[in-house]
Design a protein. Sequence first.
Lengths: 297, 313
Amino acid sequence: MTDVLTPPTTVSRPVTDPARAVRRKAVLRWIAVHALGIAAALFFVLPFVFVALTSLMSDNQALTRALWPHPFVWHNYVTVFRTPGFLTWWKNSLIYAGAGTVLTVCSSIPVAYALAKFRFRGRNLSLMLVVATMMLPPQVIVVPMYLFWANQLHLTGTLWPLIIPMAFGDAFTIFLLRQFLVTIPNEYVDAARVDGCGELRTLLRVVLPMAKPAVAAVALFQFFYCWNDYFGPQIYASENPAAWTLSYGLESFKGAHQTSWNLTMAATMLVMAPVIIVFFFAQKAFVEGVTLTGVKG
Amino acid sequence: MNTVTLRAKRRRSALVTLGFLAPWIIGFSVFFAYPLISTVYFSFMHFDGFRPPAWNGGRNWSYVFTQYPLFWPALRNTLWLVLVMVSTRVVFGLGVGLLITRIRTGTGFFRTAFYLPYLAPPVAATMAFAFLLNPGTGPVNHLLGSVGLPQPGWFSDPSWSKPALTLLALWGIGDLMVIFMAALLDVPKDQYEAAELDGAGPWQRFRYVTLPNISPIVMFAVVTGVIQTMQYYTQPIVAGKVASGIIGNSGQQFEPGYPQQSTLTLPQLVYNLGFQRFDTGSACVIALILFALAMAFTALLMRRRGGLIQAGD
């Protein structure tokens, strides 16, 4: 059925009527499929375009229903960066996402490896517990956790309650890495063991180099998770604006610039930008990661 | 002697295993088991976060079910989202997946265009849609108006706020698209050829070849969709805040669910009870209901044949 869909090329055989009918049908299908594709692409891309255009409008123009900026006010982005707090939130987001990613990946790799390649009693149970934790809404445990960070450790209003838990493995990361590590043939691991490698050396020297794509994928996922996190900063950091992240601070932007959308949309663009830039540099790892999430069985 | 070394070896390997698992064992105990037990404990306590907790039996539970005004609206909204948002997402995701496997020209462009919105941070995406759909200056109503169609209030209208959220969820379909695309490409080609020889039309090929082959993935998409709905928090709360105009530092006063509780979801109730009304006990009741729902659907997912969990050795 694939070749029916390819755009028709010149046919060298003498053209008979049925062949022409088939070709015409193929052309029509090609047109229909690509017309639908363009319609869908408009649905997915136009929101970005409208947001970008509005972010370049003047204050007055943003109050109208105009679609095209006149003139282009690039200075809006400077204004956003000069908004008190914005740079701090940017920095906090980078700290949270950067430290969170490094800690999560480092603490999850050995756990995932043990779950994939060690034989021990309770392994399946552990794996099921990992999956259960992964599916748990963060709101389920937030009340005692808040009391713990606020009353015992007095760390609310800082980024610590967001970052410290990352040093103790993340269920989603462990699960995804484990799914990948299981596919590495045992022969590699056994060979390394026979050669006298300890488990740690086997993991670092033999297994990890083979698992690079998976590690890249989970690192990306975790970076995006931290960058996008809204609930965590809302609970633990909201009392202190100096500890806000971009994702949490963005909405206050709309509060400060109540009347016009142009500056809010410029700030929105700046929150989206890092994620999209990272995606273009690591597209392949990312898409591989999505398919890893449990489809391949 | 042999048994002694064997035992020593076993003990050593048990220690190694424990060492590798240590981060997660600590994490699981401190950030999962302890707070979960604590949540159960608090759900039977009267606790405002300041005075010491006091036993009050099942009163938090009966309060949530009979008196707390936001519980049933939130549950109804969740049901609506499960029925409408999850199913339209699966159908649309499958549609986009089918489309992308048939596109032959400019595949890279189309794939990226379809996938990109999924990556937009939820807060930013919600802000973008709050702007696009705002009844005053939003381009969507502008376009609708220019072709003579009605212009709904979207996030400001209780009967349009959930459809608006659904639209936002459909925009970020990239994850499902990739999953369906992989599944569709895995369908054996010879089955299509055989069906075509038997004279099956496009719809029959889809119904009798494609669908049976990808049904486990459809099931996966539905169940994970339901689980995501249980966690649905950021988009409705940000949309409500922006549309209501109550935003920024005064977040503590925001009554969730604007307009008219139409965007309330269960996770918002934990925040509302625990951090706005300082009724820790009742917040824990909601948390446990959420826990039970999430676990029930997770069990469904794990029982799936062929499994979410890849077989080990």
